[in-house]
Structures are given as structure tokens and as C-alpha cells.
Ligand binder design. Structure first.
Ligand code: BTN
Length: 249
């Protein structure tokens, strides 16, 4: 269980104050979206009855096997909040690696992959100047417990490493890493994080389609957009959307 008495002694930064935990809720996003919490408020649940993903998709979990959390951020007005997708994705991959000894990759903008399988997804929602960052991580699910009809094949930390992981330890690591990466972004924008994002980029060099744009993924631009190079050498920059990888025969 990720109740306060287990998790709060592990917290090392300002994220997690207040720490709001429930055995079940509709969505951890809703706990933060409709209240005036301070930056760093965190909502965690063992199970969501209406967990939501990007593009209106549902986010399914297995009770007490996932990490389901939302963190409230209050970035400066006018800041490019769409870049937070990348900041949160990077922090999530780094925290997973630190706890599980893995080598997580990022599929732009923010899916975290282990061994080509999606183990974490991120959803950003805004309300009155606040951004609620929802993070779902498949931690201890066995293969039969992860959803099987997903766009990107789903995995879990356990499926990649072969053993179960301490969710409280992962949560504490994630909140600290997220706080550090967020502070860096607030101070210096995306630029200082670009080398780490590049290093984890799972799409670079692959043929992709995003909406009506097709070509070869060629990295992340300094403003966070996905760079796509076309056959004729011209390039496009994509600000949002779902990336489809083209499968060659
Ligand atoms: C995606 O990849 O589509 C994003 C998934 C985000 C899921 C998390 S789980 C915690 C938080 N609460 C929700 O309802 N969604 C996010």
C-alpha cells in the first residue's frame, strides 16, 4: 500500500506536500483538478475506476500493482507548458532506471518504453493556470495482467526485470527526480534537458507518421517539437500528435 505512513517518510523534496492517497478513486487527476492545491500536491491511488489516457483512451490498472499518481504544477504564466510532457517523461524514465536498473527509452512525446513495450504513460491537463501531470506506471503486473489491445504493446517493470519492485521506493524516487527536472526547466527551459532526451529517443532514424506528416524521425528540436525529415530533404516540425512507426517488410 502507498498510504501516507509508508510513503511520507521516504519523501526527500517538496513534491508530495500535501500527499493525498486513496484505495480507489475515479481518477487521481480529478482529485487535483478541481481544488486549489499548492504546487507539489500529489494524489495517489491503488486503483482507478475511470483512469484516463491521452486522446480520450482509458487507462487500465491492476489494483495495487501499478503506480497511479498526479502531481500539481504551477509554472510561470506564459511558459511553454506543452514542453512539460517531455520533462515529466524524462523524469519518469530516469526514476524507473534508478530503481529497477533498466534502460528506459522515450517515445516522443512521453511514452516510457522498456524493451520496446510501453510501461508508463503521461497525461497533462490544465485548469486555471495549474497543470496536473498524471503518470501511470505498470510496475508489478505479470504478462497476463497488462492490457493486450493497446497501440504500443504494454509491458511492466516486472516483465522486463523478472522481479517485483517496491512501489513506494519508486514513487519517492519519481517525485524527487520530477522536482529536480521541473526546477531545471523552470530556470533554463528545455535546452539543458535535450542531451538526456536525445539519448533516450526511441524514434530517431525510424520512419514515422504523425497525422498527415510522414518521414524519418530526426530528433527533438530545442523547443520540444519532433523533427521529421522527408525523402526530398525538407523537414517538418510536429508539435503534438500520436506517432505511428511504419513497419518495413
Ligand atoms: C497515456 O499514455 O495515454 C497517458 C496515461 C496516463 C495515466 C495516468 S494514471 C494516473 C493519472 N490518472 C489518470 O486518470 N490518468 C493518469
Amino acid at each position: 500500500m502507498l498510504s501516507g505512513d509508508r510513503v511520507m517518510p521516504l519523501l526527500r523534496g517538496r513534491f508530495g506536500g500535501p500527499y493525498l492517497w486513496s484505495e480507489e478513486c475515479r481518477s487521481t487527476q480529478d482529485v487535483l483538478l478541481y481544488n486549489e492545491w499548492a504546487e507539489g500536491a500529489v494524489s495517489v491511488s491503488e486503483h482507478q475506476t475511470g483512469g484516463r489516457g491521452r486522446e480520450g483512451r482509458p487507462w487500465e490498472d491492476t489494483t495495487a500493482q501499478s503506480l497511479l499518481l498526479s502531481v500539481l504544477l504551477r509554472p510561470a504564466p506564459e511558459s511553454p507548458v506543452e514542453q512539460l510532457s517531455l520533462v515529466v517523461g524524462l523524469a519518469t524514465a530516469e526514476a524507473i532506471d534508478a530503481v529497477a536498473g533498466t534502460s528506459g527509452e522515450l517515445k516522443w512525446p512521453n511514452d516510457v518504453l522498456l524493451d520496446g513495450r510501453k510501461v508508463a504513460g503521461i497525461l497533462l491537463e490544465s485548469s486555471r493556470g495549474a497543470v496536473v501531470c498524471g503518470i501511470g506506471i505498470n510496475v508489478n503486473q505479470a504478462e497476463a495482467e497488462v492490457p493486450d489491445r493497446t497501440r504500443v504493446p504494454a509491458g511492466s517493470l516486472r516483465m522486463s526485470t523478472g522481479w517485483e519492485h517496491d512501489r513506494a521506493e519508486l514513487l519517492a524516487e519519481l517525485l524527487l527526480t520530477l522536482e529536480q527536472r521541473y526546477d531545471e526547466w523552470c530556470k533554463g527551459g528545455l535546452e539543458p534537458l535535450l542531451p538526456q532526451l536525445e539519448r533516450r529517443d526511441s524514434l530517431r532514424g525510424f520512419a514515422v507518421t504523425v497525422g498527415d506528416v510522414s518521414g524519418m524521425a530526426a530528433g527533438i528540436a530545442p523547443d520540444g517539437r519532433l523533427r521529421i525529415v522527408h525523402m526530398d530533404g525538407t523537414e517538418s516540425f510536429v508539435a503534438s500528435g500520436e506517432v505511428q512507426e511504419q513497419v518495413s517488410d
